[in-house]
Design a protein around this ligand. Structure first.
Ligand code: GDP
Length: 192
């Protein structure tokens, strides 16, 4: 069955977003890194499943080896199922994403989020970046333009509405994401 895959650092609001798009309840208060296995759920009113991949990046109480293992598992999963994945959704925290990317950018360091974005592109998986927690962002356009810049997309972000979807999952404001996903499905002739 066709699927939409969700990836993102832990604590960006992936479980909250999953709950919003599937109508299922997810344990958001659990121990970080516990969701090792991909979870499959139906996207409400759509004919595909949503796969929630484990959160990656820094998690308190999770050691380096385990974090690397989680990342390796995600990469393997995506490589294996790339042909089946209609859209990849990279969830980021709009409030902190630029700081995190810039902190981890260097001559021999690529930030996870940027790496994951390019990895999905390399696998030919149409990708939407769901920029969550926009309720906490004041300089909205500036922030989204900066994100485009970091991902190698020429600002302004408004040119990239199929790729950049500002949302507030917690309040159910996810229309830009729904539209971006729909646009990608439409391009693949799956909007019937
Ligand atoms: P996950 O680790 O990526 O699954 O993240 P969770 O869904 O557990 O959310 C992490 C924290 O971010 C929780 O405290 C959520 O209530 C909060 N959160 C999620 N979405 C939003 C949002 O749109 N706005 C704000 N302000 N907080 C959010």
């Amino acid at each position: 069955e066709a699927e939409v895959a969700l990836v993102g650092r832990s604590n960006v609001g992936k479980s909250t977003l999953m709950r919003e798009i599937t109508g299922h309840t997810f344990d958001t208060g659990g121990k970080p890194g516990v969701t090792r296995e991909p979870n499959h759920f139906d996207w409400t009113a759509e004919d595909f499943v949503v796969t929630d991949l484990p959160g990656f990046g820094f998690m308190s109480g999770v050691d380096e080896d385990r974090r690397e293992q989680i990342k390796t598992d995600i990469v393997r999963y995506l490589e294996e199922y790339a042909d089946n994945v209609l859209v990849g959704i990279l969830v980021v925290d709009g409030k902190s994403v630029i700081d995190i990317i810039d902190r981890h950018s260097g001559p021999d360091e690529i930030p996870y989020d940027v790496e994951m974005y390019h990895f999905l592109r390399e696998l030919d998986i149409p990708t939407v970046v769901a920029v969550n927690k926009m309720d906490k962002v004041d300089d909205r356009d500036e922030r989204l333009n900066e994100l485009c810049d970091r991902l190698g997309l020429l600002p302004p972000w408004k040119q990239w509405q199929e790729t950049i979807a500002p949302i507030t999952a917690k309040k159910g404001r996810i229309d830009p994401l729904n539209e971006a996903v729909r646009d990608h499905l439409h391009e693949q002739g799956r909007d019937d």
